[in-house]
Write a protein that binds this ligand. Structure first.
Ligand SMILES: C[S@@+](CC[C@H](N)C(=O)[O-])C[C@H]1O[C@@H](n2cnc3c(N)ncnc32)[C@H](O)[C@@H]1O
Length: 366
């Protein structure tokens, strides 16, 4: 079955997530990526996608006429080249006119832009669950998709805020990004053990368990392990493993099927750090990351995926200086890992102006 994903704020990360889970992708434009899946993709497990569309085979009018009896709610998002609020509205009204002529009653959700926001789609019930509430996505002139999933922004914020143990100092990994880190490990069998050796307050562990995996968390700080414990208990989870341990020397228990973590990001800065500060951070964080990867390498089987979020610091030229330099790639390769994303830009996750970005590295044990 043919699907598209409307990608999020950091398109390259969203695309990498889709590719890791579904294989071959087709970049349609900067906001849309095509892929195939036998099963309906579950948007609640895809941290990087805003909407999922399924291809409408045949004429769109025929599809709409086949909807169950009763009033139809119709939204149109136009992702084609040169789309505007006007082109989207025109398409919606054209369709409405035809449907009315055929005796259907239709309410059109009005467009403020060429595309409807995730919130508009969600709050008008057009997430694909109600057959008569439909959002159509136009990708080019005759290619139409229907929305079969929309990112549940309300559920993500609830998950983020409901956690009883929080720590401003270690920062909170957004649940969406935790899902992405796990998904970048590829398709994992149910009950696969996901290890987070820098588990902090346990966001990766929580998301892994919500996705049907088993969670194993370690952290150097005993307080963090208590926080993870409280947060996982909050969800009623019982089947997980937690321990205090330094990731550069700890001996983990087997089995380990995948490793996903946001590692130590160094000092939190509220402004771009100076060159000297970056150098200090580079040494401090580099020693921990390299020590950890070296220690892990001997403890995981060939083929085990490892995704790590490392720091990158906002430089005074407005771009990020990565911890992950070409010479680091060679060192990691020598430790026994294949490095998947070697691009110079990397997969950076950040908010505008954020002093420390997360740089996502995807590895696989040789
Ligand atoms: C950025 S935080 C991770 C936050 C976590 N993702 C969360 O959602 O709460 C980094 C964590 O690494 C831990 N840490 C620092 N050095 C470590 C080491 N050598 N071994 C294990 N954990 C370490 C810190 O205690 C901290 O909890």
């Amino acid at each position: 079955m043919k699907y598209i994903a409307i990608v999020g704020r950091q398109p390259e990360i969203s695309i990498a997530e889709i590719e890791a889970l579904f294989g071959g992708i087709k970049r349609i434009n900067s906001r849309v990526v095509g892929f195939e899946s036998e099963k309906l993709p579950d948007i609640d497990r895809l941290g990087g996608s805003l909407k999922i569309g399924q291809k409408i085979e045949g004429p769109t009018v025929a599809y709409m006429m086949g909807l169950p009896e009763g009033k139809i709610t119709l939204g149109v998002s136009d992702y084609s080249k040169n789309a505007t609020q006007k082109t989207a509205t025109m398409e919606a009204l054209k369709l409405k006119k035809i449907l009315i002529r055929h005796g259907r009653s239709v309410r059109v959700v009005s467009n403020r832009d060429a595309v409807l926001s995730t919130a508009t789609t969600l709050h008008n019930g057009m997430s694909g669950k109600n057959e008569r509430k439909v959002e159509l996505l136009r990708v080019n002139n005759n290619e139409w998709y229907k929305v079969v999933g929309v990112q549940d922004i309300d559920a993500y914020s609830k998950r983020d805020q409901a956690r009883p143990a929080r720590d401003a100092k270690v920062g909170m990994l957004p649940p969406k990004l935790a899902q992405i880190l796990i998904n970048l490990c590829g398709r994992l069998p149910k009950d696969a053990v996901v290890l987070d050796p820098f588990c902090g307050t346990g966001v990766v562990l929580q998301e892994a368990m919500l996705m049907g995996q088993k969670a194993y968390g370690t952290d150097i700080n005993e307080r963090m392990i208590e926080y993870s414990e409280r947060n996982l208990a909050h969800y009623g989870f019982t089947d997980y493993r937690l321990a205090v341990g330094d990731a550069t020397r700890y001996q983990w228990q087997q089995p380990i099927d995948a490793v996903a973590c946001e590692g130590y990001l160094g000092k939190p800065f509220s402004r771009a750090p100076s060159e000297i500060e970056i150098k200090t951070q580079r040494n401090e964080c580099g020693a921990i990351f390299m020590g950890f990867l070296k220690n892990l390498s001997g403890q995981i089987q060939s083929g085990t995926p490892v995704t790590v979020a490392m720091p990158a610091w906002l430089g005074h030229d407005g771009w990020y200086e990565r911890l992950f330099l070409p010479k680091t790639i060679d060192e990691i390769d020598n430790m026994g890992y294949n490095v998947s994303n070697k691009s110079r830009e990397g997969l950076l996750y950040y908010r505008e102006g954020q002093a420390v970005a997360r740089d996502i590295i995807i590895l696989r044990k040789k």
